[in-house]
Design a binder for this molecule. Structure first.
Ligand SMILES: Cc1cc2nc3c(=O)[nH]c(=O)nc-3n(C[C@H](O)[C@H](O)[C@H](O)COP(=O)(O)OP(=O)(O)OC[C@H]3O[C@@H](n4cnc5c(N)ncnc54)[C@H](O)[C@@H]3O)c2cc1C
Length: 409
């Protein structure tokens, strides 16, 4: 069989595209990946990697490597910001029988990408082409082609399948005319990163969520360049204010002091503002074009599910593509990829991430009281706590995926 008949083209060298390249490439499948940037980016966005995802990355020691360069976080907490009360604490140890990884690993996404990249570089059948922008997509019944702009102009590359892992603004998705329905939140999310130690000062664990009718907050620790690490705080912003107003030194210090009053100004090492959406592609498969990661689904980051979903897409898709390409399995198997991954993106990740946000931002006093009472009751009951963690750790959605495979078989 000619190499082009087996080759998988990948648009996007973020963590999802790289993982697809590695998982396919290590099985001997020829892969050509294009990324518009001239090198891997130090993208600080995702850090939280859930048990269900770590279970998929146990092979070849990747999950262990992520824990080594990141932080292991078995516990997360909910706080009521106005009263300062710790409402509930959940320990993933309760999932010992459900996962090989009864904890979350906080590993910044550029570190995860680098660990995958290092593995991918050893594979002669995987070509990583940086400074290459995918600008066009066409397909026939037997092949798919991309037009790619590089230093020497626009060239056409052909293969058996194309994976669009080119992020939320995916050119592949648009070129394939796949709708991306959903909505955009009015408020942007601001992330302020500081070395200030919230564990030592206030007893906050590495993943702490703060409910507040006025301004919720998520507070996380990441390992950064090594001890003592950094703390990221995430807040909603006023939609009426400009980026300059929200990002000024004065506004940033006022926000930090309002939340965590301190005797000195905070050292702020990063400040980032994000527009946040809830959207799912109308299909993750159109002929020879497949979508994975943010090109297929995007959601608000409360609960840390976006990249986890993307990694789960990559693992599911690579396994099916390998069966189609190497074993001659019927390519309807790729429809099962769409069914499984689109169902959980819609029914699970969208629903859960929106519910997470609503729980933190509730304004009505009665709703707030009910939310916090619910959390207390769940945390106090081991079986309810386990069921709650099965959802937050994405084990429940992976079980749903497995059940769909059985139904379709
Ligand atoms: C504040 C914040 C916090 C988050 N925290 C978490 C978390 O804790 N846990 C979690 O699971 N998720 C989290 N997320 C979501 C997570 O960051 C994304 O889901 C993740 O980046 C998706 O990875 P990806 O590889 O699909 O896309 P991306 O990381 O966006 O990568 C896309 C790649 O495609 C390339 N590209 C784009 N267009 C083209 C083109 N035309 N041609 C070639 N290359 C192209 C880009 O250069 C880029 O390298 C968070 C998001 C935000 C905003």
């Amino acid at each position: 069989m000619a190499v082009d008949d087996q080759r998988v083209l990948i648009a996007g060298g973020g963590p999802v595209g790289l993982l697809c390249a590695w998982l396919l490439g290590r099985q001997g499948i020829p892969v050509r990946l294009f990324d518009v940037n001239d090198s891997p980016q130090a993208d600080p966005r995702a850090a939280t990697t859930h048990p269900a995802t770590l279970d998929l990355l146990g092979d070849d020691g990747l999950a262990d490597d992520m824990a080594r360069v990141g932080l292991v976080a078995p516990i997360f907490q909910f706080w009521d910001r106005p009263s300062g009360e710790k409402v509930a604490e959940f320990d993933h140890a309760i999932l010992e029988a459900d996962t090989n990884h009864p904890f979350v690993v906080q590993c910044e996404q550029f570190k995860t990408a680098k660990l995958i990249l290092d593995r991918t570089r050893n594979l002669p059948n995987v070509e990583l082409l940086y400074s290459h922008e995918v600008v066009g997509v066409t397909q026939t019944g037997s092949t798919v082609s991309v037009e790619v702009r590089g230093a020497d102009g626009v060239k056409t590359h052909s293969g058996a399948y194309l994976i669009g892992a080119d992020g939320g603004r995916s050119v592949v998705r648009k070129q394939a005319e796949i709708a991306f329905d959903g909505f955009t939140w009015l408020e942007r999310f601001i992330v302020l990163t500081t070395p200030f130690d919230f564990e030592a000062s206030s007893g906050y664990c590495f993943r702490s969520y703060f409910a507040d009718p006025d301004e919720w907050c998520n507070c996380f620790k990441v390992s950064a360049d090594g001890p003592p690490g950094l703390w990221r705080t995430v807040y909603p912003t006023n939609p009426d204010l400009s980026e300059a107003e929200l990002m000024s030194d004065g506004a940033v210090q006022a926000r930090m002091q309002k939340f965590f009053p301190a005797s000195r100004p905070y050292e702020i090492v990063h400040r980032n503002l994000y527009v946040t959406h809830q959207r799912v592609a109308e299909t993750f498969r159109k002929g020879r074009v497949l979508l994975a990661g943010d090109s297929a689904h995007i959601n608000n980051p409360i609960g840390g599910m976006g990249l986890n979903g993307g990694i789960q897409d990559a693992a599911n898709l690579a396994e099916k593509l390998a069966r189609v390409i190497l074993d001659g399995a019927p390519d309807q198997l790729l429809d099962l990829y769409n069914l499984q991954r689109r169902t959980v993106a819609t029914e699970f990740v969208q629903e859960q991430s929106i519910a997470n946000k609503k729980r933190l931002e509730a304004k009505d006093p009665e709703t707030r009281r009910r939310n916090l009472d619910d959390l207390r009751a769940i945390a106090a009951d081991p079986e309810r706590a386990r069921q709650f963690l099965l959802r937050t750790s994405m084990i429940a959605s992976q079980s749903r995926v497995a059940a769909m495979a059985l139904t379709e078989a």
